[in-house]
Design a protein around this ligand. Structure first.
Ligand SMILES: [Fe+2]
Length: 255
């Protein structure tokens, strides 16, 4: 399966007077056009969150206008800058609802694979959030089709980001990271986990499952001084996924 990934587009509307809004809009427009021109079309395009910067309807309308130009189907998971309710309202997405909360967590099939969007966003702060309710919902989704190779895509990378003590992570508590890992451990059908959020590239593992973190589509938002000078102005990821828990990621530079 071929997956094109976009992340952290942080679209703002020109009326906000934000200086980099045109750079970010151009990055998304050019990226959509480049994906449409690929020799081999992706089976699906995913956006791993922070589609927009302020969660407004206006920003989502503008973003959707551009993303609807994609010829391949596209899927979305929310980031900390997104508003789940505004996302659902503007993109007519399915939501998982209960009495007092709503989160955008769902599974869909592409070819012989399953894709699961895991919602790590919270309106409380910018940190990742995976409480027992969301984790139980994720566990249930995975239990539905244990034989089907599955890719999980989510905004906050659910791993320890430090090589030494103390632990560094992007979640409200490290327990959330640990509990997610425990679920992955029980579901060997998860062949890849794709993320964004930290505004730099990173690869890692959760148990035996590869994890890939994509930097923002536009270099203007990249936060990695070590690779900044060699980062293309606009680039997206193209993942070739196999059933053997391997992901081959190509960085596609957009001119
Ligand atoms: Fe983020």
């Amino acid at each position: 399966m071929l997956i094109a990934q976009l992340t952290d587009t942080h679209i703002t509307v020109p009326e906000n007077g934000n200086g980099d809004c045109y750079v970010k809009l151009e990055a998304l427009r050019k990226c959509v056009s480049a994906i449409n021109k690929l020799n081999t079309a992706p089976d699906v395009v995913i956006h791993t969150g922070d589609l927009v910067h302020n969660g407004s309807d206006e920003e989502y309308r503008l973003t959707k206008l551009i993303m609807d130009e994609l010829r391949a189907p596209y899927l979305i998971t929310p980031g900390n800058r997104d508003s789940v309710t505004a996302l659902i309202r503007n993109f007519t997405l399915h939501s998982y609802q209960n009495a007092d909360t709503a989160f955008l967590q769902y599974a869909t099939s592409v070819l012989d694979y399953r894709l699961i969007a895991s919602d790590t966003s919270t309106e409380n702060n910018n940190l990742g959030f995976l409480d027992f309710q969301r984790l139980a919902h994720l566990d249930n989704l995975l239990n539905e089709k244990p034989e089907r190779s599955t890719v999980i895509f989510m905004h906050h990378p659910p791993i320890n980001l430090s090589n030494s003590e103390p632990l560094k992570h992007e979640y409200e508590s490290y327990g959330m990271v640990r509990n997610f890992s425990e679920i992955i451990d029980r579901h060997p059908q998860v062949v890849a986990i794709l993320c964004g959020h930290i505004h730099r590239s990173l690869t890692g593992w959760i148990n035996a499952t590869p994890l890939v973190v994509m930097p923002p589509l536009s270099k203007s938002l990249n936060r990695d001084p070590a690779s900044y000078s060699s980062t293309p102005n606009i680039a997206f990821y193209l993942h070739t996924i196999s059933t053997k828990a391997s992901v081959d990621t190509e960085v596609i530079t957009v001119n």
